[in-house]
Design a protein around this ligand. Sequence first.
Ligand code: URA
Length: 234
Amino acid sequence: MKLIRHLANLGYGSRKDVQKLLRMGVFTDAEGNRLTDNSDVAHEQLLYKGKPLDPAQGMVLMLHKPTGYVCSTKDRGQLVYELLPPRFSERKPALSSVGRLDADTSGLLLFTDDGQYLHKIISPKNHVPKVYEVTLARPIEGHEATIFASGALLLESETTPLKPAEMTQTGEKTARLTLHEGRYHQVRRMFAAVGNHVEALHRSHVGHLGLGTLKAGQWRLLAAAEAEGLLVNG
Ligand code: URA
């Protein structure tokens, strides 16, 4: 791909903007040489204002989503994309979240600009477990884990029962829930189905991946092996 198009696709500006920036010498190779549209330099060797470029297409990142942010590109209110570098919203192909978390839910949210990867990871064949920490309005009664594990729980207005899910009680009103599918408002609706109400919800893990030391509002790129490791069936 020609350099101007590559840089424009990474969100550095329109093709016209990038052409100007190239003439100004803002983009260089590792030796500080100015580049033109025809320069044949590997992405990893390109510098923008002396610093490495944003990742090439095929990136996967995790965000520690705080509550109050919406997983959408155009809803009203605060959008999760505002927590990422503004250039990331200008990339082509676009950066998309891998599934969604409710505005009131915090925790691990993945993003990718790799359509094939997105397709694979959200495919029902790829049963990557998701772990949620749940805070409830009322004490846990004791029968919930058995109901969630049964594979027979039918949520309101649905015709297919939920897959078995594992629940561990962690306190009087707190639980850890591991899901193997992702239906609309699933955790909130599961607890509503057993007569409780979710007051706070946090996703701690997607597959083997946890948030580690990432604070709410922070993000980091995934290493290729981490991203591949989430594809349970390759
Ligand atoms: N289940 C929910 O109810 N909300 C989320 O954000 C994720 C899972």
